[in-house]
Design a protein around this ligand. Sequence first.
Ligand code: BDR
Length: 312
Amino acid sequence: MTRKLIILTDPGQDQAAAILMILGRRDAFDVLGLVATAGNIHLDHTINNCLKLMELAGRPDIPVFAGCPHPIIRPLVMAEHVHGPTGLDGPDLPPPSIKAEDKHGVDFIIDTIRAHPGEITICSLSPLTNLAMALRKAPDIAGEIVEIVAMLGAYFEVGNITPSAEFNCYVDPEAADIVLKSGIKTALLPLDVTHKMLSTPERLQAMRALGNRNGIATAEMLEFSEAFDLKKYGWEGAPLHGPCVPAFMLAPEIFVGRQINVSVELQGSLTAGMTVADWWQITDRPRNAFYVRDGDPVAYYDLLISALGNLP
Ligand code: BDR
């Protein structure tokens, strides 16, 4: 039984790895479309990066939609310092020959969920702007989404774009707040788990050793983006965020988490975008998310590398 997915993304090398991992598992996932988000870099680049990835994976048939060019309220904060000026620096991928669809990404989300009620999982690798806008425009879709599985947030590991906030939440905290209050079943893969999934030299070498163009390109992408994190953290490898989302869908048993309340700080001058996770259930706030805190990196990289091996 395959899961029907809509992917929200602003690739980003770690998200490219996640998307390629998903496309390498046609037995598990049926991707109905990608919505390019403004985040790591401007929307023009994230659209282009999505198109390049569809061609790299040999899946030019999967439609790519442009979402909103800005967060709901705030000015766009980007992460060029990590991902490079195109957002997907590293391998020399050819300019795409395919184009994005004319339909807006928000309308694609709404129309697809209405066309497949009770069948769609939202796989969110990016800020949640476009899903939040879809929920505002068409509140009826909330009851028809199977689940949201999102790379977002941080609590025990604190922040990566400010001392208190994780990037995807910080870019559009109002969107995260809307989604976390929507009542939709949600699983969060925060920095608390992604920081345990380190891309060591041995793991990157195993990707290269696959010998296919997708394995080699993924290793080249991650070698580019990890430079910033290796310097920052001084660890033996960089955290690999995005693939935690498909890995959680494929093998939830390799992760550890709890159903708790997660609330987003919208006001704090030092803490805007922080995900306040009630891990010890101190409050009686509704338990709105399965918050993942730990995972098995060996099983994680096995899943990722074997999926990449299924691609051209
Ligand atoms: C998230 O921030 C982005 O820069 C990465 O692509 C990932 O989605 C990690 O905080």
